[in-house]
Design a protein around this ligand. Structure first.
Ligand SMILES: Cc1ncc(COP(=O)(O)O)c(C=O)c1O
Length: 405
């Protein structure tokens, strides 16, 4: 780097993306990737923009297209969230919502309470602003509300960031009582909630999905949603809704960031959500992923028995496979990549060393059933023997960094 180049102190906290490194490698034909949270290509709707471009070529409102905001507000109302269209901000993916949350709440040294493990790109995004993390261990039923209360008393966090429905990476779905209790603790302590809910519509079985934001009575909240997992992530359209007290700040921060989200995509999405096609699309998508989830479950039973614990998720895109014995999962990834199989090691999902245990996150939406079986068989064999028999000749990533996805 040139000696006269002076970057901000913030850049010292910027980490790269392990999953972006891995995704690069998985572009190679033949690689079976369980790494990213990628939807299946065949699950994505056709995008016809021509008829919608007229009237949407010009700059538009920062808050988003009115028709899309109305449609989102109606959906949130049906979930019990008290927000009208004036409290909905369309974002360039919910990842932008996470970044805006960082800008809104985090100063150097601010504490954020979150699940351990949690979505690794949230760790990455909030670290840039100087956040410190207090991780709460997760069970299949969610976090322990008493542990949340204790953490709040001890650390006085800027906010709590939770993914209560089909959590990434664990697949956990909080039970009704836990949701209510968490809301009670946050209301009593006045700590704002940031609820991230990108997987709620990818549901395979009936289970509790009421947003915790719907139970809150007093404390400020931000609810983050995404269309990436149910339409096409390349559209880059997500949204947030928030308490009125936070909303004007979020709009200004969005304006400073990118003026507004792409209008033509928003117009297409508003039309698609209101069409009869949308429900059929969602049914087809969940049917496809349910089959892949079931295939992965059977493959894991065949090849991972005695090596790990896991639960078939009721929704979302991932199996979280907890290894029974200590294992260097980054080294395992490097070996697996030589066999053209990719997965996400568990370590980067933990916000700190405490509560950490060896695990693999395996995505099941992107690969067809035959390749799921092949890939899990390879991983199971590597778990047993540890050594590759063939070498495909492409270099594994340096694994020095965190990830998005
Ligand atoms: C928990 C969570 N939040 C946010 C995102 C970002 O989604 P988007 O594509 O809407 O930016 C993801 C993507 O994988 C995610 O898993």
């Amino acid at each position: 780097m040139p000696s006269n180049l002076k970057l901000s102190r913030r850049t010292e906290r910027v980490t790269g993306s392990l999953i972006r490194d891995i995704l690069q490698l998985t572009q190679k034909p033949g690689v079976i990737s369980f790494a990213g949270g990628l939807p299946a290509e065949q699950s994505m709707p056709a995008l016809a923009f021509d008829a919608l471009a007229d009237g949407h070529r010009q700059y538009g409102p920062s808050e988003g297209e009115p028709s899309l905001r109305e449609s989102i507000a109606a959906r949130l109302g049906a979930l019990g969230i008290d927000a009208d269209a004036a409290q909905v901000l369309v974002t360039s993916g919910s990842q932008q919502g996470i970044d805006l949350v960082g800008k809104l709440f985090v100063d150097e040294g601010s504490t954020v309470v979150l699940e351990a493990p949690t979505y690794l790109a949230t760790i990455q995004a909030l670290k840039v602003y100087g956040a410190e993390f207090h991780g709460l261990p997760l069970t299949a039923d969610g976090i322990d509300p008493d542990a949340l209360r204790h953490a709040i008393m001890e650390r006085r966090p800027a906010f709590a960031y939770l993914i209560p429905t089909f959590q990434n990476p664990s697949g956990a779905c909080y039970g009704t009582e836990v949701r209510r209790e968490v809301a009670r603790v946050l209301d009593e302590t006045g700590v704002p909630l940031v609820e991230d809910d990108p997987y709620r519509d990818v549901a395979f079985e009936a289970c509790e999905r009421t947003p915790i934001c719907a139970y809150l009575k007093r404390t400020p909240w931000i609810y983050l949603g995404s269309f990436s997992k149910i339409t096409a992530p390349g559209l880059r359209i997500g949204y947030l809704a928030s308490s009125p007290v936070l909303f004007p700040w979020l709009v200004r921060l969005k304006q400073a960031s990118d003026l507004h989200t792409n209008r033509i995509g928003q117009a297409w999405l508003a039309h698609f959500l209101e069409s009869a096609e949308f429900d059929t699309h969602l049914e087809r998508l969940t049917g496809l992923y349910r089959e892949r989830r079931d295939t992965m479950q059977e493959s894991l039973q065949r090849h991972f028995g005695g090596l790990a614990h896991w639960q078939a998720p009721a929704g979302g895109l991932f199996f979280w496979v907890r290894l029974l014995h200590e294992r260097d999962t980054l080294a395992l990834l490097q070996t697996a990549l030589k066999h053209d199989v990719a997965f996400m090691p568990g370590d980067p999902f933990f916000p700190g060393a405490e509560h950490r245990y060896p695990a693999l996150r395996l995505n099941f939406s992107h690969s067809d059933p035959t390749r799921i079986e092949q890939g899990i068989a390879v991983l199971g064999q590597l778990m047993q023997t540890g050594e590759p028999e063939t070498h495909s000749g492409f270099a594994p990533p340096t694994c020095s960094s965190l990830a998005a996805g």
